[in-house]
Design a binder for this molecule. Structure first.
Ligand code: AP5
Ligand code: ZN
Ligand code: ZN
Length: 214
């Protein structure tokens, strides 16, 4: 299947992705993760993206379309994929459609992580991640066995630089202004499935499974 996960910061896209990936054997492409890796490695792409990311603004369409175009060429992504955090503007959605048309492919489903803004600050400020695996924890909702330590590798967990209440405000503004129109774009094609993303993680997983089994 070819899937898109869309939703505001903290809505649970990154939490559900590995579960979907394991069950359906898809390639998982998260533009946020790829950009953070580029920033950490100080590549030319990372240097260009850093400032916008720290302010909670979107990186330019050309940069992210370029990374996705490149990443989708991987053999593992030919039969299906999960896009987490892309497309985030209508221009990105149109570019993606063009890329897929060339392969005679199309998006099967857009999973919309619908949730009220008010819940997101607690989720974002309590998040801890294990950078190399992408495993995500939360001090209250999904605590690691030992505080600050990854359950599997024993390596330290970190917090994202943009996970502050102040930067979250800009990220939410970008979501409502630039990304909600993407949901309308796919609604017109009749492929959006909305989830109750405020529910506990396991219940969200069940909703995802129900949608994907249809
Ligand atoms: P990105 O990395 O995509 O961040 P985001 O969209 O802000 O989304 P998050 O990763 O914050 O949220 P999530 O939904 O994955 O939440 P999670 O599952 O971790 O993008 C970062 C930046 O990169 C952007 O601001 C932009 O600058 C740039 N960028 C990326 N893509 C771009 C693009 N296409 N175009 C332009 N710029 C781009 O969950 C959050 C927390 O809540 C965790 O602690 C988790 O444990 C907990 N939690 C999860 N689910 C539940 C639940 N059901 N109940 C209780 N707690 C839960
Ligand atoms: Zn994420
Ligand atoms: Zn809105």
């Amino acid at each position: 299947k070819r899937l898109i996960l869309v939703g505001p910061p903290g809505s649970g896209k990154g939490t559900q992705s590995p579960i979907i990936k394991d069950e359906y054997c898809l390639c998982h492409l998260a533009t946020g993760d790829m950009l953070r890796a580029a920033v950490a490695a100080k590549t030319p792409l990372g240097i260009k993206a850093k400032e916008a990311m720290e302010k909670g603004e979107l990186v330019s369409d050309d940069l992210v379309v370029g990374i996705i175009d490149e990443a989708m060429k991987k053999p593992s992504c030919q039969k299906g994929f999960i896009l987490d955090g892309f497309p985030r503007t209508v221009v990105q959605a149109q570019k993606l459609d063009e890329m897929l048309e060339k392969q005679g492919a199309k998006i099967d489903k857009v999973l919309n992580f619908a949730i009220d803004d008010a819940i997101l600050e607690e989720r974002i400020t309590g998040r801890w991640i294990h950078p190399s695996s992408g495993r995500t924890y939360h001090t209250k909702f999904a605590p690691p066995k030992v505080p600050g330590v990854d359950d599997v590798s024993g390596e330290p967990l970190i917090q994202r630089k943009d996970d502050t209440a102040t930067v979250l405000k800009s990220r939410l503004e970008a979501f409502h202004r630039q990304t909600e129109p993407v949901i309308d774009y796919y609604s017109k094609k009749g492929i959006v499935a909305s989830l109750h993303a405020e529910k506990p993680p396991k219940e969200v997983t069940s909703e995802v499974e129900k949608v994907l089994s249809q």
